[in-house]
Design a protein around this ligand. Sequence first.
Ligand SMILES: NC(=O)c1ccc[n+]([C@@H]2O[C@H](COP(=O)([O-])OP(=O)(O)OC[C@H]3O[C@@H](n4cnc5c(N)ncnc54)[C@H](O)[C@@H]3O)[C@@H](O)[C@H]2O)c1
Length: 261
Amino acid sequence: MRFKDKAVVVTGGGKGIGRAVSLAFGSEGARVLIGFSSDERAAAETAEDIRKSGAEAAACRVDVTRKSECEAFVDMAVELFGRIDICVNNAGVSTMNWVVDLTEEEWDFNMDVNAKGVFLSCQKEVKQFLSQGGGGRIVNVASIAAKRPAMLLAHYAASKYAVLGFSKTLAQEVAQHGITVNCVCPGFVRTAMQEREVGWEAKLRGLSREKVLEEYISATPLGRLEEPEDVASVVLFLASDDAGFMTGQAINVAGGTEMAV
Ligand SMILES: NC(=O)c1ccc[n+]([C@@H]2O[C@H](COP(=O)([O-])OP(=O)(O)OC[C@H]3O[C@@H](n4cnc5c(N)ncnc54)[C@H](O)[C@@H]3O)[C@@H](O)[C@H]2O)c1
């Protein structure tokens, strides 16, 4: 029970990686507020699953592209739990296209949710940590696309590179207050996002879905698709006391797909 009674917020916490993170914190005794934008039912189910395991959990709407909602989300956690200890900024989107065909709308959509969403979330979270007297853990979910080329995902890669640059700078600014800011960089994770991407990539490159999935696996030295739980366990490590002297790091959790730091 590494996180007994710790107050945790997870954006996009009802599905995919966010759900695995929320459940993992719940299983270690944390109190979890799960953010959802469009998928209220999934978030409510995840909260219910955590409550069944004996921990405290609730779900709350938050569109991370809206400053007022990011603020209200943290305020809700404080109302429920009295404080926040750990924030996992996981909400994210992707679309796929060749750069020559990429629309401004696609660019803005990816940058708004993935980059601006992390900024707005972190800003409120840090203000709350400071009002509590300092201390606190932030883990931002980036991607290996923040470190290497990702065909058809130039706009997404740009948004995730932005997450790394922002997180490292924030880590430097808030270290004096005992707040750590780290990122995880997942690879090819079996979620609804991957399902959508496999379909787009197959169409855009004229391949079968099976061939696209084969390519993902062959790009992964450990030889299988990644599971949301593979990411969750590293998120929990970064939020734990064991990682107390780590900040400004971007940890690859990708079966060896990316080996550079
Ligand atoms: N699946 C992968 O292969 C993979 C790889 C690397 C990084 N990631 C990152 O992991 C994170 C989670 O992705 P996932 O694979 O679980 O995808 P997913 O589509 O299953 O989940 C994404 C979550 O983000 C939420 N979300 C989307 N827009 C939002 C908004 N405006 N405000 C609040 N929430 C919003 C969704 O509702 C959903 O709950 C994302 O940041 C994604 O970029 C995923």
